[in-house]
Ligand binder design. Sequence first.
Ligand SMILES: Cc1cc2nc3c(=O)[nH]c(=O)nc-3n(C[C@H](O)[C@H](O)[C@H](O)COP(=O)(O)O)c2cc1C
Length: 169
Amino acid sequence: MKTLIIYFSISGNTKWLAKQIAAHLPGETDLHRIELSSNKIWKGAVGMFLYGMKTIFGMKMDIQADHINWSEYNHVIIGGPVWVASVPPPLRAFVKKHKEQIAQKTVSVFCTCGGNRGSFFKQLRDVLGVKFWPDPLTLVEPFQHPKDTNDLRVKAFTQEINAAKQQRA
Ligand SMILES: Cc1cc2nc3c(=O)[nH]c(=O)nc-3n(C[C@H](O)[C@H](O)[C@H](O)COP(=O)(O)O)c2cc1C
């Protein structure tokens, strides 16, 4: 059985982290990026304002259809950026849509943020209703502001996953 890493990312930090996690996991790992239906992606201050408003007012942001074959995976790792201390609407839409399939797997989570992850993990747990394992990983904008300690933290997160997988094998 394989691992599926699902992530949403606008400015590349969560994408970077998703790829780092994949690189540290042995065995087959697939990556799925949640894509917006809209062609227009807003970055910088405009994106912060527009997406922030959508998050605060619980507005929908449509995402592209996916064709994930859930039966191939026994472990799902979900990550996204923190928007206004919350799960961004596109990631929320994805996990709500696939809640039943995800809840049948071992679920791990991670996020990237500017320094305050707020209730990101609590909100994800409330939607999915499952325990996360190992402890969630949070990095501060690892692509835009690289730090030496980020690699160690990714290794610690993935080592816990690998050790438990070996025990089960
Ligand atoms: C709309 C919006 C709201 C944000 N709100 C927060 C926040 O509440 N706390 C925080 O620490 N960072 C916040 N950030 C910063 C992002 O979480 C951070 O830059 C993240 O790494 C972006 O991920 P990405 O590059 O994968 O899109 C916000 C960014 C955006 C665009």
